[in-house]
Design a protein around this ligand. Structure first.
Ligand code: UDX
Ligand code: ADP
Length: 482
């Protein structure tokens, strides 16, 4: 067996750089499942760290608060003091954000790796012993090469670094369950003795709660690419069913029925076939853009064009839904008041990154509407920031409500943008009675009982289905007394 290195020792101390949607929940579950490992999450944002150390965590994730309360101060710590935490650690997770570049080469498509790079530089600068460095952030394929280069170029004599790729597959809203019972854990590393030892050391951490057959070992580049590919495939399924939803609206087919029929084919499966106003979230669009950019850079133009279509279809879906609202409301919404139910990109999160609700709201504002917005978890300031609105002045075009019934009062329409469970059980008769008539309801998530809503008197429109009775038909029926 080869000589000793940091990789051979069991991992006792872990430091994670980045206390965001990935780093926070991942390390909390790790601390819960590995009571013998000390986990310190560091971040340069003092506000974030203070929030993690307070009674109101910076992110909402079902089940997370209980875990943090159980482990915080025991084997889970949140700190801005990065150097000591890095120096003490056997293993370091890099879990910082990799946003899409907003300037320069690859603007609007390539991932900006400046935060990952600054982590690598900091690790090289402050660490005096060998470490395993694990790339957890979603990064373009071959990013580990840059981390390795930076570490190698700046390493002090006598110490070595092993760089692994260990992408995180958790989805927001279900993060705790995804981390506790993952479909798989993917670890990519260098094909060498030292690389294999580092992989084994990280595997041993996960083996505290994940069955060994679910822990996959690959080469570094396969691991990096698998994360991008998995997100691209999931997004592609949504764009595919959304494309079919447009055909349904034009033909009279019902996309829910089509999705059920497709999903019962065991080769396809039923997940990620829910037609919607479009996908959002911090990952899908960013990773697709990234894949397109990488393919173009590799001169694989047909591959790039293929994945670009998944993004284009998502834009088309958001646009179609927004336009349909205006068309149904007699082609004008100027000065009309419209209630938006749900602003988060999906239920059970307060995250609004790339939320389709932002697109829909902006479209309605451009058409002159005034918006009443209610979301159970998104903070008021976040919504105003996303819509570039201020909270001062008399002429407020966007008002944020704490109660859905107050929000809907005296408005012309309700638009459902997020699939929160609580929206399903509201008293829609009460909402209808408080609204201006005709009262419209646009269900961008297909979660409500449309027949019951029509019976109450709503003009209902949804994705992938023609309206049961158009407003004109209802009126005509009323005039004829039948
Ligand atoms: C995604 C991946 O699922 C996860 O594995 C990866 O680690 C990060 O990216 P996330 O973006 O948190 O997770 O949520 P996800 O459940 O995938 O939903 C993404 C978007 O697609 C949401 O806006 C959701 O509403 C939408 N969606 C999802 C649909 O419109 N229809 C579906 O059938 C499923
Ligand atoms: P993700 O969804 O990938 O977790 P977030 O934006 O929620 O992304 O979290 C990333 C976190 O990483 C932020 O809290 C940010 O302050 C932190 N961060 C980014 N760069 C650095 C850095 N160089 N050092 C320390 N923390 C960083």
């Amino acid at each position: 067996m080869a000589t000793s290195s940091a990789a051979e020792k069991p991992i006792r101390k872990i430091c994670c750089i980045g206390a965001g949607y990935v780093g926070g929940p991942t390390c909390s579950v790790l601390a819960l499942k590995c009571p013998d490992i000390q986990v310190t999450v560091v971040d340069r944002s003092e506000l974030r760290i203070n929030q993690w150390n307070s009674s109101k965590l910076p992110i909402y994730e079902p089940g997370l608060e209980e875990i943090v309360l159980k482990c915080r101060g025991k084997n889970l710590f949140f700190s801005t003091d990065m150097a000591p935490a890095l120096q003490e650690a056997d293993l370091i997770f890099i879990s910082v954000n990799t946003p899409t570049k907003t300037f320069g080469l690859g603007k609007g498509r390539a991932a900006d790796l400046k935060f990952v790079e600054s982590c690598a530089r900091l690790i090289a600068e402050v660490c005096n012993t060998s470490k395993i460095v694990v790339e957890k952030s979603t990064v373009p394929v071959r990013s580990a090469a840059s981390i390795i280069n930076i570490l190698k170029a700046n390493t002090k004599p006598g110490i070595s670094f092993q760089v692994l790729s260990n992408p995180e597959f958790l989805a927001e809203g279900t993060a705790v369950n995804d981390l506790t019972n993952p479909d798989r854990v993917l670890i990519g590393g260098e094909n060498s003795d030292a690389g294999r030892r580092a992989i084994a050391a990280l595997s041993a951490v996960y083996e505290n709660w994940v069955p060994v057959e679910k822990i996959i070992h690959t080469n570094t580049w396969s691991s990096e690419l698998s994360k991008l590919a998995a997100n691209a495939f999931l997004a592609q399924r949504i764009s595919s069913i959304n494309a079919i939803s447009a055909v349904c609206e034009a033909t009279g087919a019902d996309v829910s029925e089509v999705a059920q029929a497709i999903g019962m084919d065991s080769r396809l499966g039923s997940k990620f076939l829910q037609a919607s106003v479009g996908f959002g979230g911090s990952c899908f669009q960013k990773d697709l853009l990234n894949l397109v950019y990488i393919s173009e850079s590799l001169n694989l133009t047909s591959v790039a064009a293929y994945w670009q279509q998944v993004i284009d279809m998502n834009e088309y879906q958001k646009q179609r839904f927004s336009q349909r609202i205006v068309q149904a409301m007699f082609n004008t919404i100027t000065d009309k008041h419209i209630t938006i139910l749900g602003f988060a990109f999906k239920k059970n999160t307060g995250d609004t990154r790339e939320s389709p609700a932002i697109y829909v709201a902006q479209h309605l504002l451009e058409e002159g509407a005034c918006l009443h917005i209610y979301d159970p978890k998104v903070e008021k300031d976040q919504i105003l920031l996303d819509l570039n609105q201020s909270d001062s002045g008399n002429e407020k075009r966007v008002v944020i409500f704490k109660d859905p019934y107050d929000a809907a009062k005296n408005t012309h329409a309700i638009v459902v943008c997020t699939e929160w469970d609580q929206f399903i059980t509201y008293d829609y008769q009460r909402l209808y009675d408080s609204m201006l008539k005709p009262a419209f309801l646009f269900d961008g998530r297909k979660i409500l009982d449309h027949a019951a809503l029509s019976k109450i008197g709503f003009h209902v429109e949804t994705i992938g289905k023609r309206p049961g009775h158009s407003f004109q038909e209802q009126n005509w029926a009323g005039v004829n007394g039948n």
